[in-house]
Design a protein around this ligand. Structure first.
Ligand code: F0G
Length: 465
């Protein structure tokens, strides 16, 4: 893969430094073997997340200066609504402090609506793959989160252009099994983060929407990485080569009734989110969400964001669609994936925002219940000061009955912040992995010493088995 030159130049820098091996060994031990508990200053290359960690552009920063900080009716809010209408063709906009702010409002709203109108008794949400906070809010509301991703996604060694797709037969079967009255939403997650930043095809989004309409189930587009998904459709799906990213995005959003967005990813902002409703078909949902927003996020023209942040978002929603930037970004991820594979590190097919190392294949001596990808994350930090994150059994957690949810894959996500690290950083990461390969058979499995009931991976602690 050709690593494209950065389509930007760097005018502000943030110094980073590599601590000594001894300091790193001390830090990871003190964290309870959980990289989430490391201090940022102890990390050299931080690949924990691409959420709010990227560079922002000079034009976004300039837009921020126009922020109208009025508590109610801010000019910035109307600018944001206009951008949402223009880009997604959605009528109703509520800003939220980030993606999970939208989730905490929309999920109980849809459950209550279905209880009133369809006699829901056992709430179920179906997705190609619920992101962990989405699953968390689902469970907090007493509902079950069911994932129906295509089987091809589990074979990390095999190529498939749209490993993030829903398995439509499984979707229909799940609706039948749980009863259409209980399925209060279908969530299309683009790109499919937990499957490896894998895209969902236009044909698949359309097929999902047709099924949903047949059963009168509202579809939420979980929109964190909407630009990367559109870019992959343009590159990989027949018939879309000559369409612009903007055209593809508009078409994607025909296949949803509402959108929830963590704007900290493809919309390039440091903080912010969106909860939008397509049209008056779900006006009741919008009205209910708006009043919940006041209590949980803030008055619905700011929803937890400053006027400055709203202006940056209204601009970032457009800048994230730039095709040169998207080509560069996806080629950086593809480059790192290919270099790691060439060194002998098994990876999921290159996706949008991260390289996903298949720790299940790399450390076959550690069973899933001993969290091989998390053990790998600890060693990666020790050897190179690189912080990555487990996407496997640990993240998946337990169901409402307390049983470990079986993880189909044990992945270690090397998440690439936007426009922040260069090719030399990628080459350094590859070198550290080469050192890791020499000692991989000595890496031990882990057991939990503290485990909170939901979203356990953020604060759990561990010891070696
Ligand atoms: N949906 C998806 C697909 C996400 O990836 C995230 C966040 C959220 C919702 C929640 O949004 O963080 O703004 O509240 N993902 C980050 C990650 C945290 O590291 O993948 P949020």
């Amino acid at each position: 893969v050709k690593h494209l030159p950065e389509p930007f130049r760097i005018r502000v820098v943030e110094p980073i430094a590599l601590k000594t091996l001894e300091e790193r060994q001390h830090a990871i031990k003190a964290s309870g073997l959980n990289p989430f508990a490391l201090k940022s200053e102890d990390v050299f290359i931080d690949l924990l997340t691409d959420s709010g960690t990227g560079a922002i552009t000079n034009t976004m920063q300039a837009a921020g200066m126009l922020g109208d900080e009025a508590y109610a009716g801010s000019k910035s809010y109307y600018k944001l609504s206009k951008a949402v209408k223009d880009i997604f063709d959605f009528e109703h906009t509520i800003p939220t402090h980030q993606g999970r702010g939208a989730e905490q409002i929309i999920i109980p709203t849809l459950i209550e609506k279905r209880r009133r109108e369809r006699g829901l008794s056992n709430p179920v949400s179906i997705s190609n793959w619920h992101f962990d906070t989405t699953q968390g809010h689902t469970q907090i509301n007493g509902a079950k989160a069911v994932n129906v991703v295509v089987e091809e996604c589990m074979d990390t060694a095999a190529y498939h252009p749209f490993k993030g797709n829903f398995d439509i037969a499984k979707l229909e079967a799940a609706i039948q099994t749980y009863g259409p009255e209980n399925v209060y939403t279908i969530i299309s997650t683009i790109t499919n983060n937990s499957a490896g930043g894998q895209p969902v095809s236009m044909a698949n989004l359309k097929a999902v929407y047709e099924v949903a309409q047949r059963y009168d189930i509202p579809v939420i587009m979980d929109s964190a990485r909407f630009c990367e998904n559109a870019y992959f459709i343009q590159q990989r799906e027949p018939g879309y080569q000559d369409k612009t990213i903007a055209e593809i995005i508009k078409e994607m959003y025909q296949y949803a009734d509402m959108l929830a967005m963590s704007a900290k990813k493809d919309a390039l902002v440091r903080i912010g989110g969106l909860l939008c409703v397509k049209d008056d078909n779900y006006l009741d949902v919008f009205t209910e969400c708006r009043s919940r927003c006041v209590a949980m996020e803030g008055f619905p023209t700011y929803g937890g964001m400053s006027g400055q942040a709203i202006e940056e978002l209204a601009q970032g929603l457009y800048e994230g669609q730039n095709k040169d930037y998207l080509a560069y970004r996806t080629s950086q991820v593809a480059y790192l994936t290919e270099q790691l594979e060439a060194a002998g590190v098994p990876c999921q097919t290159a996706g949008g925002h991260a390289v996903f190392v298949d720790a299940g294949r790399m450390l076959p001596h550690i069973p899933g219940e001993q969290f091989p990808a998390h053990a790998l994350a600890c060693k990666l930090y020790e050897l190179g000061g690189i912080r990555a994150v487990e996407i496997g059994s640990l993240l998946l957690g337990r169901d409402n009955e307390g049983n470990q949810i079986p993880a189909p894959m044990e992945l270690l996500r090397l998440t690439i912040p936007r426009m922040s690290y260069t090719q030399s950083h990628c080459d350094y990461i590859v070198d550290v992995f080469k050192d890791l390969l020499d000692v991989k058979d000595e890496i031990k499995g882990l057991r939990l010493t503290y485990e909170p009931p939901v979203l356990r991976h953020f604060t759990a602690t561990f010891e070696e088995v």
